[in-house]
Design a protein around this ligand. Structure first.
Ligand SMILES: Cc1cc2nc3c(=O)[nH]c(=O)nc-3n(C[C@H](O)[C@H](O)[C@H](O)COP(=O)(O)OP(=O)(O)OC[C@H]3O[C@@H](n4cnc5c(N)ncnc54)[C@H](O)[C@@H]3O)c2cc1C
Length: 599
C-alpha cells in the first residue's frame, strides 16, 4: 500500500536540506535531541495511519448532518481528535512551563503533514484549534489564558477563526458584525458569520470562536476591526463550560470536498447578544488576526503539498502495477505488455507530480524554518532577516502548492485513466479536497494583490531583496556541482527577469495602481515558478552532497530522483516565465480594458 508521506523525504528535508539539528543549540531546544524529533514524527505517522486515514472516505461519503436541532458527525472524528490531543500535539509548540512539548515549528509542521495526507478534513479541527490558541497565547491577558488555554491544549475545547460573513469574504474591511461594550467590560456581539470551519461539531465540550467584529462607533474599514473571544459556552474561571452563550448554528454548507469538516453559518446574538471578550486592544483585530492567517497560509500550503503527495504516491503505485500496451519501439504484438510507468508520457505525469508535491513540501518546511528563526534565532539581525523573507514568501507558500497541487491531483487521475475517475479509487476525492486550497485563507487573486501590491514594496523592498539574496546564495552553492551548472544559470537568468519585471510594475503602482495590479495573478504565478526553481536548486544541491558520499543503491536512486525532479521543474516549467514576463512588462491590458457589456 502506498505510504501517506515518504518518511525519507521528511528526514532529507529536515536534516540534509535544512539544518534542523542546529536548533538543538538554541536554549529553547537544549533538552531535545534528534531522536525526540524523529519519535515525534513517528508518533504522528502512526496516529495518522491508525485514526485519520481509515475514515477519510467514510467522512467524505457521510458528511455532517444538521436537522435544525441535532448535529451529527461520524464518530471516528472524535476518536481521531482524542488521539491527537492525548499525544500532546495540540500544545506541542507551547513552552514546557505552559504544559507544552516545546517542539520546534518545523518539526511540528512536518508531523502535521502526515495528518493532512491521511485525512485533511478531520485534521482541520486540530489545525484551527492550534491557530486560535496561538492567538490567545500571544495577545490574551493572564485571565483569558488561564480560562481557555488549558482546555484548548488537552482537547476539551476547540477553536475557530470567524472572519467571513454572508456579505463579505475577501474584503475584510467591510465586516458588519458588531460589538457593543457593556458596563462589566464584556461586549455583546451581534451578526452572522459564514463558511466557519468547525463552527459547531460533536467532538468537544466547548468551542472558542475568534470573531472579528466592529465596536460600535469604531472607524470604518480595516482600522475599525477588533478581535473577540466568543465561546459557545461561557466558562468558569477554571475553564469548565457553564452556561450556553448566544451563538447558534444557523445551518451547514455542503461542499465539493473536505466534507468531514463542518462548514457552518453561525448567528451571534439573536437572543440579545453573544457575550464576547476583547482580545488585546480595540481596533487592532485585523493585525492580530494576521498572525493566525499567516500561520494558516503556511498550513494551507502544507495541506496542498500533502494532498498532492498522496495523489502522487497512489498513482505511482498504480503505474508500477498495471500492465498496458508496449513501447513505440516494440513491434511484436505477442510480447508482454509493459507497466504504465514505462511509458514516457506517464513518467512525465509522475515527474510533474513529484516536482509539485515534494517541491511544495520543501517550500513549506523552508517557510516553517524561517518562522522558527524569526521566533528563536539568538541573533536579532537573523531574526529580522528571516521575518522579511518569510513575509515576501508567504503569498507564494500559500498559493503555489495550492494551484499546482490541483494540477498534480488532476495528473494523478490521468495516470489511472478511467479508474482515476471512479469513486472506488481515492484519487477523485483528493482532487475535490485539493480544490479548496486556492480559495480559502485568501484566494489566489488576493494573494497576488498582496504580493505585488504590498509585500514586494514593503519596507522599501527589503523582503524582495532578501529573496534575491537567498536565490544568489543557492545559485553560488549550486556552482560547486558541475552537474547543476546549467540549472543554476537558468535560475539566475529567471531571477534577473523577475527583477526587471518587478521594477517596472512597482514603478507603475503609485501612478496607475489598477493597471499595475491588473495582471497580479500572472505575476504571482511567475514569481512562484522562480521560488519553486530556487527550492529545487537547493534540493538538488543537497542531493548532490548526498551522492558525493557514494551511498548505497537505494539512496543513490533517491538522490538521483531529486536531481531529476529539479531538472524537470527548471527545464520544463521555469522557461514558461519568459512569455509571462513579456506580457507583464508590456503591462498588457486586455483584461483591464474589457467592458462588462462586451461579455
Ligand atoms: C470550505 C471553506 C472553508 C472556509 N473556512 C473559513 C473559516 O474557517 N473562517 C472564515 O472566516 N472563512 C472561511 N472560509 C471563507 C473563505 O476564506 C472565503 O470563501 C474566501 O476568503 C473568499 O471570500 P468569498 O467566498 O466571499 O469570495 P469573494 O471575496 O466574493 O471573491 C470571489 C472572487 O473574486 C475575487 N476577488 C475578490 N475581491 C477581489 C479584488 N479586490 N480584486 C481582485 N479579485 C477579487 C476573488 O479572488 C475570487 O476569485 C471558508 C471557505 C470555504 C469554501
Amino acid at each position: 500500500m502506498a505510504h501517506l508521506l515518504n518518511d525519507r523525504d521528511l528526514s532529507f528535508f529536515l536534516y540534509e536540506l535544512l539544518d534542523t539539528e542546529a536548533l538543538l543549540e538554541r536554549e529553547r531546544y537544549a533538552e531535545h535531541s534528534r531522536e525526540i524529533f524523529d519519535a515525534t514524527l513517528q508518533t504522528a505517522r502512526q496516529l495518522a495511519e491508525k485514526y485519520f486515514a481509515p475514515h477519510s472516505a467514510k467522512g467524505d461519503a457521510n458528511e455532517p448532518q444538521f436537522d435544525g436541532t441535532t448535529l451529527t458527525l461520524i464518530p471516528e472524528t472524535r476518536v481521531a481528535w482524542d488521539a491527537f490531543a492525548d499525544a500532546g500535539f495540540l500544545g506541542a509548540h507551547w513552552d514546557a512551563d505552559d504544559g507544552g512539548l516545546q517542539m520546534p515549528e518545523v518539526v511540528l509542521r512536518s508531523a502535521m503533514a502526515y495528518f493532512f495526507a491521511a485525512n485533511v478534513a478531520t485534521a482541520s479541527y486540530p489545525m484551527l484549534t492550534i491557530g486560535a490558541a496561538n492567538l490567545i497565547r500571544t495577545f490574551g491577558d493572564a485571565a483569558q489564558k488561564k480560562r481557555y488555554l488549558p482546555a484548548m491544549r488537552d482537547g476539551r475545547c476547540a477553536g475557530t477563526m470567524a472572519l467571513t460573513e454572508p456579505g463579505q469574504g475577501s474584503a475584510l474591511g467591510d465586516i458588519r458584525t458588531s460589538a457593543e461594550p457593556q458596563a462589566d467590560g464584556t461586549y455583546r456581539v451581534r451578526g452572522q458569520k459564514m463558511f466557519i470551519s468547525g463552527g459547531d461539531q460533536t467532538i468537544t465540550a466547548n468551542i472558542v470562536h475568534m470573531v472579528l467584529a466592529r465596536i460600535k462607533g469604531a472607524p470604518s474599514g480595516v482600522r475599525g476591526i477588533s478581535l473577540f473571544i466568543v465561546p459557545k459556552f461561557l466558562v468558569g474561571e477554571d475553564g469548565s463550560p457553564e452556561q450556553r452563550n448566544d451563538v447558534a448554528l444557523a445551518g451547514l454548507l455542503h461542499k465539493m470536498g473536505w466534507r468531514n469538516t463542518t462548514s457552518t453559518v453561525l448567528s451571534f446574538g439573536e437572543r440579545g447578544g453573544a457575550v464576547g471578550y476583547l482580545l488585546g486592544e480595540p481596533n487592532r483585530g485585523l493585525a492580530y488576526m494576521f498572525q493566525l492567517m499567516n500561520e494558516a497560509r503556511i498550513g494551507v500550503g502544507l495541506m496542498a503539498a500533502a494532498i498532492a503527495g498522496r495523489g502522487y504516491a497512489l498513482s505511482l503505485e498504480y503505474a508500477r502495477e498495471r500492465p498496458q500496451g508496449r513501447l513505440p519501439s516494440c513491434r511484436d504484438p505477442e510480447s508482454p505488455q509493459v507497466k504504465l510507468v514505462e511509458h514516457a508520457d506517464i513518467r512525465r505525469l509522475l515527474l510533474a507530480q513529484k516536482a509539485i508535491a515534494e517541491g511544495g513540501l520543501a517550500l513549506c518546511l523552508i517557510a516553517s524554518a524561517l518562522f522558527e528563526d524569526q521566533q528563536t534565532h539568538p541573533d536579532a539581525a537573523r531574526r529580522a532577516e528571516a521575518s522579511l523573507l518569510l513575509d515576501v514568501l508567504t503569498p507564494v507558500v500559500k498559493s503555489w502548492p495550492s494551484k499546482y497541487g490541483c494540477q498534480a491531483n488532476e495528473m494523478a487521475i490521468q495516470v489511472l485513466g478511467g479508474s482515476g475517475y471512479i469513486r472506488e479509487y481515492p484519487l477523485e476525492q483528493l482532487y475535490r479536497d485539493q480544490r479548496l486550497n486556492p480559495i480559502h485563507e485568501g484566494t489566489e487573486g488576493i494573494q497576488a494583490q498582496d504580493l505585488l501590491g504590498r509585500k514586494v514594496v514593503l519596507a522599501g523592498g527589503a523582503g524582495y531583496r532578501a529573496f534575491r539574496e537567498a536565490v544568489a546564495v543557492a545559485v553560488t552553492a549550486a556552482g560547486a556541482h558541475p552537474e547543476l551548472a546549467a540549472l543554476a544559470d537558468a535560475v539566475a537568468a529567471g531571477q534577473e527577469n523577475l527583477d526587471a519585471c518587478t521594477r517596472d510594475l512597482t514603478a507603475l503602482l503609485e501612478s496607475q495602481p489598477d493597471r499595475a495590479l491588473a495582471n497580479a495573478t500572472l505575476y504571482l504565478d511567475a514569481f512562484g515558478r522562480i521560488v519553486a526553481s530556487w527550492v529545487w536548486l537547493r534540493v538538488a544541491c543537497a542531493a548532490c552532497r548526498g551522492l558525493a558520499a557514494e551511498p548505497a543503491a537505494a539512496d543513490t536512486a533517491y538522490y538521483r530522483g531529486k536531481v531529476q525532479a529539479a531538472r524537470y521543474w527548471i527545464e520544463w516549467e521555469l522557461p514558461v516565465t519568459a512569455s509571462q514576463f513579456a506580457l507583464l512588462r508590456a503591462t498588457n491590458a486586455v483584461a483591464l480594458d474589457m467592458r462588462d457589456a462586451w461579455f
